[in-house]
Ligand binder design. Structure first.
Ligand code: PHE
Length: 356
């Protein structure tokens, strides 16, 4: 190597930078990851062009070396940074090349080996019930499953010393004595009335919890609550709505029956019975020969409840009824053990037709 070629090192470095930039543009155009690698080897590899310049440094004189070294280093950094950048771009080229090479036909049918999902029977029934409630002009309202004692009990005319609390074996939260898992969907009456003004026509489905477990009771189950508040609402309206609703769900021959009963948050209150779906009222094992099945409770909203939410009970009246959604599923699908619904067994859960 002559002195002159060593002197020319800074010039050669800047010429190489120009050449590199041109090749870089071509590689970027090609969108090929292999070309990126070729470029890297061609400049930074053992026999690469930048490497060759670095080797020529040793032919420089002591005086020339600092300037030559600096120019080659700058070139090297420029090339390294550009290749790094290209590498990350190349990952995206790969992805989009693959997407274009193998277009995904999302209209193809799923192969038979993939098990198909289905809706849970409780979901099917809940949807069906809500559809009927919407037809009757009800609005769906949602609320908390972990709630304050106030909404679940006190405001529903069950003060803390009220014996009726014992009717519902409650899950309390250990650290927070005023918090509990709601025992019924009636808590939604309070949440709703505190936030809205009459007229109200509301339906609230959801999970509820009680310390209870046997073939017809699970610690978690589903209820649906419906209530109406307006001027001049009477017990006759309630009976009419319940009857129309059950006929819409079970067919026009369905009969309903109300039996006097007690719930602290209604007065008068009643137990709500359906004619037995198995024997149509003749008497069988399911209905214990009575011809009727108990499905829920109902009644006229108690004045003390209106007082708790600051509604004037001289102006407004209302009714409420609530029943178990799972119980409805049992009747519809003739299940003998309610717990089957919540065991998560696919071969059992996959067999339910739409509730029509
Ligand atoms: N919340 C009551 C229960 O779970 C049912 C009910 C609802 C009774 C509305 C009257 C009015 O037992």
């Amino acid at each position: 190597m002559t002195d002159s070629s060593a002197t020319a090192l800074p010039t050669r470095a800047s010429a190489l930078a120009v050449a590199f930039d041109k090749e870089l543009a071509v590689v970027r155009e090609s969108r090929s990851a292999a070309a990126v690698d070729e470029l890297r080897v061609g400049y930074l590899g053992r026999k690469g062009k930048v490497t060759a310049l670095l080797e020529d440094l040793r032919h420089c004189t002591k005086e020339e070396r600092p300037a030559a070294g600096r120019s080659i280093n700058e070139l090297k950094q420029h090339v390294e940074a550009a290749i790094q950048q290209l590498k990350s771009e190349a990952q995206e080229w790969e992805l989009s090349n693959r997407l274009h090479a193998e277009p995904l036909d999302i209209s193809l049918p799923v192969t038979a080996s993939v098990p198909q999902g289905s809706l849970h029977p409780v979901t099917l029934i809940r949807r069906e019930l809500l559809t009927e409630f919407r037809r009757l002009g009800f609005t769906v309202f949602d609320g908390p499953e972990v709630d304050y004692d106030f909404y679940n009990f006190s405001a529903l005319n069950m003060p803390s010393d009220h014996p009726a609390r014992d009717m519902q074996d409650t899950f309390y939260l250990r650290e927070q004595e005023h918090l509990l898992l709601r025992t019924h969907t009636s808590n939604i009456q309070i949440h709703c009335m505190l936030n809205e003004r009459p007229p109200l026509r509301v339906v609230a489905p959801g999970r509820v919890f009680r310390v209870d477990s046997d073939p017809t009771h699970t610690p978690m189950f589903h209820q649906i609550e419906a209530f109406v508040v307006d001027r001049g609402v009477t017990f006759a309206h309630m009976k009419g709505v319940i009857d129309a609703f059950m006929k819409a769900v079970f067919g026009s021959s369905m009969k309903t029956r109300l039996r006097p009963s007690f719930f602290p948050f209604v007065e008068p209150g009643a137990e709500l019975d359906l004619q037995c779906v198995q024997c149509q009222g003749k008497g069988c094992r399911l209905c214990k020969q009575t011809g009727w099945l108990e499905v829920g409770g109902c009644g006229m909203i108690h004045p003390n409840v209106f007082e708790a939410v600051d509604y004037d009970s001289d102006i407004y009246s209302g009714f409420a009824f609530g029943f178990g959604i799972d119980r409805m599923a049992m009747l519809k699908y003739k299940l003998d053990d309610l717990r089957q619904l919540f065991e998560g067994n696919h071969s059992f859960l996959g067999h339910f037709p739409l509730f029509t």
